[in-house]
Design a protein around this ligand. Structure first.
Ligand SMILES: [Mn+2]
Length: 280
């Protein structure tokens, strides 16, 4: 089971802007160009990440290290969860087999975790200190972030706030009132994994489906790739496939400006120019 604080509550940003970034997957350089494009001010603005900071792209550890920045907030993605699982035995024994691919029964290495081999120290059969620190940072990520009150309120989660009883309940997703209760009593055990693995809403299981779910504030998520931002049942999905943008020009990394009402910028490895738009 994940040992993290699970749910984090933050006030609205009274002095600056709030941005959300889609699944980074190691695309640190794309993030840098987007932050420059929006003139991100680290003294005033905040950046929320929908999880999956690591795997597949070129700069996984630098993306993990962002968690230490006071202006950066992230939730746990399934890739962080898989990475933590993979290194559980190592954290217990202090020893790891150098043959990452062969020793991986979990599928993590094959699923994008092969970058970790770079941080293996053969002389000591351990991982580097910087990598171990990255693991600690990932282990403390919450599953859900709740920001602000009333009209300004928004949530950040990796995949979806789907109720486990969605097939028999008219209301398919958790509401603000449920989340408020979790802030007091914790998130129910039977729903946690859906927060970083679920694909029911974005893969269209309920389509056609309204953009808004009454009673649920805007909930930013990622995990399911599409070339455009999409909104279903108050979930706004920002995974526009950053790590694939070197081979597929339809894909990109997207940053979303919450206070500007959904203006966004995207960067891609395939093209030299940034793309600007408004999500309505
Ligand atoms: Mn994911």
């Amino acid at each position: 089971m994940l040992q993290c604080s699970l749910i984090q509550k933050l006030p609205s940003n009274a002095i600056g802007r709030d941005f959300v970034i889609g699944d980074l997957h190691g695309c640190f350089d794309l993030l840098e160009s987007l932050m420059k494009a929006v003139e991100f001010n680290i003294d005033q603005d905040r950046l929320f990440a929908v999880g999956d900071l690591v795997d597949r792209g070129s700069y996984s550890l630098p993306c993990l290290e962002l968690i230490e920045q006071p202006w950066f907030y992230a939730v746990m993605g399934n890739h962080e969860a898989m990475m933590l699982d993979y290194f559980k035995a190592y954290q217990r024994t202090g020893y790891i087999d150098p043959y990452f691919d062969e020793s991986d029964e979990s599928g993590y290495i094959e699923y994008g975790g092969d970058w970790v081999a770079k941080y293996y120290q053969a002389d000591k059969a351990t991982m580097s200190q910087a990598f171990e620190h990255g693991l600690e940072l990932a282990a403390n990520l919450p599953l859900l972030i709740v920001v602000g009150e009333n009209e300004q309120r928004f949530h950040v989660v990796h995949s979806e706030l789907l109720r486990p009883d969605y097939s028999t309940n008219d209301i398919k997703v958790w509401l603000d009132s449920d989340i408020d209760e979790w802030l007091e009593n914790g998130i129910p055990e039977n729903t946690k994994e859906r927060f970083y693995w679920g694909r029911t809403i974005m893969q269209g299981y309920f389509d056609p489906v309204p953009q808004l779910q009454v009673g649920l504030s805007r909930t930013f998520c990622g995990h399911t790739i599409h070339q455009n931002i999409r909104q279903k049942l108050s979930h706004i999905c920002l995974d526009t496939g950053a790590y694939s943008s070197d081979v597929n020009s339809a894909y990109s990394l997207t940053i979303y400006d919450i206070k500007a009402g959904g203006s966004w910028v995207s960067a891609s490895y395939c093209r030299n120019e940034l793309v600007y738009g408004d999500f309505v």
